[in-house]
Design a protein around this ligand. Sequence first.
Ligand code: PHE
Length: 355
Amino acid sequence: MSDLKNIHEEYRTKLKEKLSLDQINQIKSDLFGKNGLISSQFKTLGSLDENKRKQFASELNKIKDELQNTISEKFKELELKKINEKLENEKVDITLPERPIERGKIHPVSQTIDEISSIFSEIGFSVEEGPDVENQYNNFTALNTPDYHPARDMHDTFYLDEQKEILLRTHTSPVQIRTMLKDKPPFKIIAPGRTYRSDSDQTHAPMFHQVEGLHIDKDINMGHLKGCLNYFIKEFFEIDKIKMRFRPSHFPFTEPSAEVDIGYEIKDGKIVIGEGDQWLEILGCGMVHPNVLRNVKVDPDKFQGYAFGIGIDRLAMLKYGINDLRAFFECDYRWLNHFGFDPLDVPTNYRGLSR
Ligand code: PHE
């Protein structure tokens, strides 16, 4: 009996201390293990006479319950402590600086297409689109370009089949055909997009960009063409005066045809547009050939007009001082970071497409 009291006292005191999980487990096994101090007390019951046994048993059970309860309390305390510690460690520190955000840039070609579209939309042109993969009819035949024309040569054109029926469009002019076939005149559209020719050097890439223009109505003449292009160039380069010249040229789908050069000079290593005695070719144009109109069921005696095709990449190079065309399409992020446009910091001259 006194043995039991001693055990009780000793362990009650022990359990009041601050204990680790291992220490509590140790106490548990000391007391209640197979040969534990309490477990062995139960074994003595058999040797006691009935009266004593009852009293001792009830005493023993009380102490056993009390110690067991204290032990499980201790376990719970430790568990709670562990959870709290974990919560403490996983706390989100909202004062930490944020991770850097990589913001994409708008490619100079996309930026230039947006600018061109907004300039033309202000004088009534709407924007049309056509596919990069075309048939030879829309790309050549309908545009009055006969079979023997050099533009059809394997050298220039990427054909996609043996029969030379399907190809990558060599210019945006097939969008003229598509537009006129699906609607009735008048037409006043521009069509920016990708074009392809087997050609590559510092100023030519096998894939490049053009914007087509087409204006067909009653009584449209070459003066309108000149006025329209003059307005466009001035708006695009943001200058009041522009030196511009029309050079006679030839395209199968326009008659007469012209190429347009703009004047420039190099001042302090920088190109200045609109002045000087140097000339730079930027577009081809002309009055739409009557055969083209006939091919799309437009009566050339009632309707006529002009068309033009501008090289977008070259305009972008000029406006934004980029001197190698190939860099446009190399997908080098460092280049894009330098020459690209921040989508949230749009240049002041940008009017946006919706205006
Ligand atoms: N399609 C011609 C080219 O790619 C340009 C052009 C378009 C010329 C429209 C006249 C009229 O060179």
